[in-house]
Every structure is written in C-alpha cells, then in structure tokens.
Design a binder for this molecule. Structure first.
Ligand SMILES: CC(C)(COP(=O)(O)OP(=O)(O)OC[C@H]1O[C@@H](n2cnc3c(N)ncnc32)[C@H](O)[C@@H]1OP(=O)(O)O)[C@@H](O)C(=O)NCCC(=O)NCCS
Length: 170
C-alpha cells in the first residue's frame, strides 16, 4: 500500500497505545513466520500491556510508526539492567505486510538508532532467520555486521530454521 509520507508519524509509545498495539501484534505476528511468536503465543491482557508500555514510554525505548491513526510498524530496544551488559541492547522491528517497501522501517531504524546513541548504547545485537533476506539486506544497509550462525533458531512445522547473528557497534 502506498504510504503518503506526510501522514506517516514516528513517535514514542504511550501506555494509551496498549489496545491498538495488541491489534498490531496479532496481525503482524501471523503475517510471516519471521518473528519469535505467533498470535497463539499472545495471551496478553490490555492491562498487562499498559503496564509494559508505561515502562517503555518512560525509558523511551519503543517507537511506533503511525499512519492515518493506525499502528503500522514498531521498533524496540531491549536493554539489560546489569552493569556489564547495560551498554548493549537487542533490537526488534516489524511492519505490517501491506506497508512493506515504503520506507517505513527506514524511518523506524533511523529513529531508534538515534535513540540508542542518546541512551548510551554502544552495541546492538540481533538474531534473524537466515532465510529472511529482506531483513538481512535491511540490516546490512545500516552497517550491521554478520557475527555468526545458529543452527536452530526456530522450530516451525516440525523443521528447524537456522538464524544469523548481526551486530552494530555505535
Ligand atoms: C524486514 C522489514 C522490517 C523491512 O521493512 P520495510 O518497511 O519493508 O523496509 P523499507 O521499505 O524501509 O526498506 C528498507 C530496506 O530493506 C531492504 N528491503 C526492503 N524490501 C526488500 C526486498 N523486497 N528485497 C530485499 N531487500 C528489501 C532494502 O535494503 C531496503 O532499502 P532500499 O529501499 O534502499 O533498497 C519488514 O519486511 C518486516 O517487518 N518483516 C517482518 C518482520 C521481520 O522480519 N522483522 C525482522 C525480524 S529479525
């Protein structure tokens, strides 16, 4: 679906996004098998999601792409608390399939990388299905370096799917 950039908003999540975010998560998780969860794993109440988002909102680690009032993409930094690892983060990103190829993730990643720098993150680590070429091209475009392979990242329909580790030093 063509995205009119004038109506594409990047913003921090708020706890009021809980209901719409759950709707987004149910949709995005069933559109591909590229995420670590499907909708059947989502038994999150709006109250639990509100609590989680309230924390993410304070920490400014969660960015939403909103288009004409609908959440169409998200990105998140997950930052561990402990001293030895608190300057690293893992990152997640996803966009509704109808909006792929329209530069939505480009806007999301540019915002979250800027945020990571502000938060003092020096390394972003992530794992991607080795056959998710779209995401791999995307990460490589942003200078993420391939750091290794894992033979068993996902178990789907009785088969194992391998994964690739990517990292970006900031
Ligand atoms: C991967 C994903 C986040 C890309 O989002 P998107 O909004 O379509 O990406 P953009 O339109 O901003 O494109 C950014 C870059 O991604 C890559 N890309 C996008 N579409 C592509 C395609 N069809 N083939 C190969 N690379 C592609 C390109 O590097 C592109 O940059 P370019 O336009 O300069 O060539 C999106 O496909 C998605 O949400 N997939 C499902 C969830 C997922 O796989 N998340 C990652 C899990 S680790």
């Amino acid at each position: 679906m063509e995205v009119d950039k004038e109506h594409l908003i990047m913003r921090n999540v708020t706890s009021e996004d809980a209901k719409n975010l759950l709707t987004f998560l149910y949709k995005v998780s069933d559109e591909t098998q590229n995420l670590t969860f499907s909708s059947s794993d989502l038994s999150i109440s709006v109250e639990d999601e509100t609590r989680f988002l309230s924390k993410a909102s304070k920490e400014q680690t969660f960015i939403i792409a909103e288009y004409k009032g609908i959440i169409i993409g998200t990105t998140q930094l997950i930052i561990p608390l402990r001293e030895r690892v608190k300057r690293t983060a893992s990152m997640a990103i996803s966009v509704l399939q109808a909006y792929w190829g329209e530069g939505v993730s480009t806007r999301l990643i540019e915002n979250i990388l800027e945020r990571a720098v502000i938060l003092g993150i020096k390394k972003i680590n992530l794992k991607v299905r080795s056959d998710n070429t779209r995401a791999i091209k995307f990460y490589e475009k942003y200078n993420f370096k391939r750091e290794g392979e894992t033979s068993r990242m996902f178990y789907i329909d009785t088969s194992w799917v391998s994964g690739t580790y990517y990292g970006l030093e900031l």
